[in-house]
Design a protein around this ligand. Structure first.
Ligand code: HEM
Length: 414
């Protein structure tokens, strides 16, 4: 016991079936919540396969099989699954997130340096300013009885991503127009196109595939307007992502207006919702764990003494980082990573035929009984340097791992 009550909290998680589900029950369950299909044994196995209708699925559920699939054989398994590509192509076109082969290679070279750790000195003051303004807004007037934390975090992260991409404040209206259009899009595609995941032919009508034309147009229009106004009147001394992307890529091929819009859409989609979700979960976890909240505040008081943080403070804020990393472990914003084999291959001696799906499931890995002590408990301390010895880097992959790892991981974490 601490002064702040028991240092124990098991945050809620979806029901886990006792045994594997029959195919139709599985589909029903997956339509409701993709995290509900995994029975108890899935949190103990290292590698398993499933055959659903015509599709063979391989689940890599241990550090060595994750390394095999995402690092050693990245060439074989770099293609995103058909349902992911189908769902996102109308919005992202040939954008980095869903491209593969040469297009992916070229775009990665262009986009990754624009958002990676080297850009933090530019991004950090933007994050601090936007957050300070957000807090000031909250502090004005009486605090509302209820705050919809997820949507507040979504507008905060949208505003941050808008400012780092375009180099200036888009203003709340433009940011919220983009956020709303993105949520509408997401509702329209559903959480996952379950039908193609389970191997039904691509030409069958999708369960929830309709209705994306409207939200897609809305997002494209908003982004194109911003890009056009930027091109007409480019801010001079801003070190923005747009500016970098508009400069020539290594091959000297400039991005067309459409390609630029695609990459901007990728950065919005990849960068704002993930971060908003993980911050909302962080607040929830802290709200239920007064001992963790107290330790966090003690660290903030000691390191910052009431002033806003700077990038130089980051290494000193070890507990803050541990809390966030633990939130990403318990509730990974991308809980399932799915890939399609582009050729025949093998994993753990199993033949993986071209077209099969290979899944790496952070939801399972992060709560695996062989990899974590008390996996379902909220215990930020496990991420403090003194407690991480011996943990494989392939056991904890909220940002994925290997060549296709999240390009904005340092940004997201900061
Ligand atoms: C907590 C925050 C974040 C999390 C948990 C996260 C997680 C991920 C994951 C798991 C992937 C791989 C997805 C897959 O393989 O299907 C990914 C890809 C990506 N992320 Fe993030 N991300 C975060 C924030 C960001 C930010 C802030 C940016 C940039 C502004 C960003 C940019 C990207 C890009 C460009 C890709 C595609 C990389 C590629 O395919 O080569 N992410 N992210």
């Amino acid at each position: 016991m601490s002064d702040h009550g028991p240092m124990e909290f098991v945050p809620p998680f979806p029901h886990r079936p006792e045994a594997g589900l029959a195919p139709w029950a599985l589909i029903r369950s997956a339509r409701r919540n993709l995290l509900e299909i995994w029975d108890r044994e899935c949190f103990e196995l290292e590698f398993f396969t499933a055959r659903l209708l015509t599709k063979q699925i391989f689940i890599c559920n241990s550090p060595d099989t994750v390394q095999q699939a995402f690092v050693v054989q990245n060439d074989l398994f770099q293609r995103k699954s058909p349902q992911m590509r189908n769902a996102l192509r109308p919005l992202l076109g040939d954008g980095l997130f869903i491209s593969d082969g040469d297009t992916w290679k070229e775009r990665r070279k262009l986009v990754a340096p624009a958002v990676n750790a080297s850009r933090l000195p530019t991004f950090a003051p933007v994050m601090v300013d936007a957050t300070t303004e957000f807090c000031d807004r909250l502090a004005q007037g009486p605090l509302p009885a209820k705050i919809e934390v997820l949507s507040e975090m979504a507008s905060l992260t949208a505003e941050i991503i808008c400012r780092v991409i375009f180099g200036r404040s888009l203003g709340r209206d433009a940011a919220s127009e983009i956020v709303e259009a993105f949520s509408e899009y997401q509702r329209a595609i559903g959480q996952m196109d379950v039908m193609s995941l389970f191997g039904l032919p691509d030409w069958l009508p999708r369960l929830r595939g309709g209705g994306i034309a409207g939200p897609t147009r809305r997002i494209h229009k908003a982004l194109s307007q911003i890009i056009a106004s930027y091109e007409k009147d480019p801010p001079r001394d801003e070190n923005s992502i747009m500016k970098l992307l508009m400069q020539r890529s290594e091959t000297n091929a400039r991005l067309t207006a459409e390609q630029l819009r695609n990459e901007i859409a990728v950065l919005f989609m990849a960068g704002h919702e993930t971060t908003a979700n993980s911050m909302a979960w962080t607040w929830y976890l802290l709200s239920q764990s007064p001992w963790a909240e107290a330790r966090l505040h003690a660290e903030l008081d000691r390191v910052l003494g009431g002033r806003p943080p700077t990038l130089d403070d980051y290494p000193q804020l070890a507990y803050a980082r541990a809390v966030f990393e633990e939130a990403l472990r318990l509730y990974p914003p991308v809980p399932l990573l799915s890939r399609e084999a582009v050729r025949d291959g093998t994993v753990r001696g199993h033949k993986v035929r071209k077209g099969s799906l290979v899944l790496v499931v952070p939801w399972l890995l992060h709560r695996h009984s062989k990899l974590w002590d008390q996996p379902d408990y909220f215990m930020p301390e496990r991420f403090l340097a003194e407690n991480t010895a011996g943990r494989s880097k392939y056991a904890y992959i909220p940002f994925s791992i290997g060549p296709r790892t999240c390009a904005g991981a340092a940004f997201g974490l900061t």
